[in-house]
Ligand binder design. Structure first.
Ligand SMILES: NC(=O)c1ccc[n+]([C@@H]2O[C@H](COP(=O)([O-])OP(=O)(O)OC[C@H]3O[C@@H](n4cnc5c(N)ncnc54)[C@H](O)[C@@H]3O)[C@@H](O)[C@H]2O)c1
Ligand SMILES: [Zn+2]
Length: 271
């Protein structure tokens, strides 16, 4: 296990206690949990996004004006997204669901790595890169169909076989509204949760950045694991400024340790 300072060990212990004692904990994740899988976040230094501002290239208005521009960027980003594998942080979150510690994950990520790692209950509030929809007739395409199309037709943007409108990945672009059901469900879950474990999010993209407030306003507690400070740090019970790929597995280990110490030891006479 990676070397952690005494302070972080203490914080991990505190977070583990909160989670063990919770009844309805959930996780809220952002791009930070996937950087250790090789997918850059929006706000990191030196990343692809410095050159291609997501607010411009990933804006619905730009897509409508010139979908080929969007697809040129997609071509640069897609290989990393499509070949990425879950990291230790993703696997730790899958274990937390498996252990019954968290009920669900709300994620801003579009990379499907939580599902790949084994999480079952995942709400993708910003969509998913592996599905594509026709911008005209809403016909749905898989990633493989679109890849085959691009290879065969060499046409940017790829167009719908039915109506010739450009195809768009089923991700929420800047300027688009979020999927109604997912956001409604996320708000309900955030309201109900007594502990929200926030991992790898700058908490700066609305309306997701607001979800922890639903938890706080109902007396729930926040655990924040993020390399940078967030606007909710002073409202959180535990804040760990470190890599999610290191802290989340350590948190799982700590939970297991505490639980095993509390399990009643069976005495042979009672058998
Ligand atoms: N993997 C993906 O699917 C992906 C990648 C890039 C952007 N996005 C989109 O970016 C938008 C921005 O919001 P966001 O909050 O998700 O991302 P963000 O880029 O705003 O913030 C990511 C945060 O994670 C922190 N971070 C980076 N690596 C970390 C690590 N290993 N451990 C701990 N913290 C780490 C950064 O300091 C930053 O504060 C979202 O809409 C999301 O859909 C998704
Ligand atoms: Zn169509």
């Amino acid at each position: 296990m990676k070397i952690l300072r005494l302070l972080e060990r203490k914080q991990i212990h505190q977070a583990a206690e909160l989670l063990i004692n919770s009844s309805h904990a959930i996780a809220l994740t952002g791009a930070g949990v996937s950087t250790e899988s090789g997918i850059p976040d929006f706000r990191g230094e030196g990343g692809i996004w410095e050159k291609y501002k997501p607010e411009i290239y990933g804006n619905i208005k730009s897509f409508i004006k010139d979908p080929s521009k969007f697809w040129k960027l997609a071509e640069k980003v897609a290989p990393k997204l499509f070949t990425a594998e879950p990291n230790e942080g993703h696997y730790a979150l899958a274990e937390l669901e498996d252990m019954g510690i968290i009920d669900a994950i709300i994620t801003q990520n579009i990379d499907e790595l939580h599902q790949k790692a084994g999480n079952v209950i995942v709400y993708e509030v910003h969509g998913n890169i592996n599905r594509f929809t026709c911008f005209g007739c809403r016909a749905s395409y898989t990633k493989d169909q679109v890849m085959r199309k691009l290879k065969k037709e060499k046409n940017y943007p790829p167009r719908c076989d039915m109506c010739s409108a450009p195809l768009k990945p089923s991700v929420v672009l800047f300027g688009e509204s979020l999927p109604t059901f997912e956001i409604y469900q996320s708000q309900a879950l955030a309201e109900k949760s007594d502990v929200m474990l926030i991992a790898g999010s700058s908490l700066s993209v609305d309306p997701v950045a607001d979800l922890p407030r639903y938890t706080l306003s109902n007396g729930g507690k926040l655990i924040i694991i993020n390399e940078e400070p967030t606007y909710l740090d002073d409202k959180a019970e535990v804040v760990i400024q470190h890599k999610t790929g290191t802290i989340l597995p350590a948190l799982v280990e700590e939970i297991k340790k505490i639980k095993s110490m509390r399990e009643p030891t069976e005495s042979p006479e009672e058998e």
